[in-house]
Design a protein around this ligand. Structure first.
Ligand SMILES: *Cc1c(COP(=O)(O)O)cnc(C)c1O
Length: 234
């Protein structure tokens, strides 16, 4: 068995066991393979094992890999999970299936305007800042309702849910606390009439805590591909 197969099996076992513990079905949780810094050969190898969803967080790197992998069948479902600047939205609007980091209306408006008519609506999540220190990226929780209502009205986007990157924490109970707040925020927005079915939360170190708190999509890099090599792009 290759290292990649081995790591994928190990992640799968962790997810299955967390789902059991949470009393959830395994198919309620999707795996996004975070392939930032990994070459296209590694993405092809993981795709050959059945992985379909891949996530990238730098525009240029995303574009390069996306365009080099258009031959894959079935096609990759690409998720953009990084911060977006207004002058970099177009290549993402033209290529991604999902964008997880929406935290300003201006970015969402540009993505909607630039989404090609021939493509399905761009599926988006609002990124929420759970750190309580503004400036880290993400909308502040009290502002999330207003932003969500505005984004939900944009024609070429489909608002699907919330995403967060909590500060690293030790131990299950500590990890669960901010993730529970994201779930509660999603429930509160749905009670106000939105229809958010996605909680994009959980990474290599906290996927169990995230699944226990209702995550529907875990974003896994290191646990699938091994430790990241700095700047080893393509
Ligand atoms: C890198 C990254 C991940 C994956 O992190 P790991 O700890 O390597 O699993 C998840 N989400 C985002 C937004 C990332 O940038």
């Amino acid at each position: 068995m290759t290292q990649l197969e081995d790591d994928r099996k190990r992640v799968e076992r962790r997810i299955t066991s967390a789902c059991q513990q949470a009393g959830r079905e395994r198919d309620e949780v999707q795996v996004l393979a975070v392939s930032k810094t990994r070459g296209t050969a590694e993405i092809r190898a993981l795709h050959a094992l059945g992985q379909r969803r891949f996530g990238e967080n730098y525009v240029q790197e995303f574009v390069g890999k996306h365009d080099a992998l258009t031959d894959l069948d079935p096609p990759v479902e690409w998720h953009f999970i990084g911060a977006l600047q207004t002058n970099k939205t177009r290549p993402v609007a033209e290529r991604a299936a999902w964008v997880h980091g929406i935290d300003r209306l201006k970015i969402a408006e540009r993505l909607s305007r630039q989404r090609p008519e021939a493509m399905a609506p761009l599926q988006v999540c609002l990124q929420v800042d759970l750190s309580g220190e503004p400036g880290k990226g993400g909308v502040q929780p009290p502002e999330a309702g207003r932003l969500a209502a505005s984004v939900a009205r944009l024609p070429n986007l489909a608002l699907r849910g919330l995403m967060a990157i909590p500060a690293p924490a030790q131990g299950l109970a500590e990890q669960r606390r901010p993730l529970a707040r994201l779930r509660e925020l999603r429930d509160a927005l749905n009670a106000q009439g939105l229809e958010l079915d996605t909680l994009s939360m959980g990474m290599s170190d906290d996927l169990e805590a995230a699944i226990l708190e209702g995550s529907t999509l875990v974003r896994i890099g290191t646990a699938l591909f091994g430790p990241r090599r700095p700047k080893a792009r393509q």
